[in-house]
Design a protein around this ligand. Sequence first.
Ligand code: ASP
Length: 302
Amino acid sequence: MSTDPVLVVHGGAWAIPDDMVAAHLNGVRNAMAAGWNVLARGGDALDAVEEAVVVLEDDETFDAGRGSFLNRDGKVQLDALIMDGATLRAGGVGCVERLRNPVRAARKILSESPHVYFVAEGAERFAAEHGIALCKNEDLIIQREVERLKEYQANGEHQPDLFAGMLSHDTVGAVALDRSGNIAASTSTGGTLNKAPGRLGDSSLIGCGCYADNKTAAASTTGWGEPIMKLVLAKWAADRVAAGNLPEWAAAEAINYLQKRLDGHGGMILLDARGRFGISHNTPRMAWAVRTTKEEMSGISR
Ligand code: ASP
């Protein structure tokens, strides 16, 4: 029996300024087009989330791939995860500095390695050995981010809240359901501005920033990573779906929990294998797009 496909993507949760709304909407719609193209021709959920995330990584609007936030040393350090809800296979990379599309390396790990997670040079070596070209770290750095870091570091202790305030741009992710009834998820990020070198956020950690299990749900989160990771938030939400709750409710509850328990800020997309989805955030805005066989929507708040 064939299932109607569904794809949900996000491009980060924060106070997206008015003059950046169009770029964010454009980005999530382009990602939707790439991912939907896969699903519409009967492709896998896994391929759909990978293709959607590649488009977002390639778009400098977002904090993923080229154009990401810089760490304290002025370098881009990227994290990404992709997970298959049918088999629970996953591939993750952390703190990579020479990959334009970390999700491509994550996918290779999922498909071709007995391991689940690679970091730093080991991840880059794995990618190179599996046919992925390495770039220079400078190829990932753009002037906007050089200036942003300079300004941030000049402000010293007096920093606005990155996710509630105007400073941030954000992580990307996608969740998909394919015609075979399988779900998948992926999240990719440059992490947080001025992070310490080697700092890993929630995004690429299984169950924190990304999760997929056909028996529960597929989730991708964005926002301040430390609280999200402490609450294992993606798995927390998926478990609520397994307990019989609607993804719409579970996503909202997860973000409430994040706020109440740890005063965290962020957003989540959540999708189950019946095609029911939720989109939730407690930041002023979050860029998102959804497509089903019946409708196509996108927006910057929900
Ligand atoms: N969650 C990411 C991190 O903490 C940041 C983000 O969502 O923008 O690395």
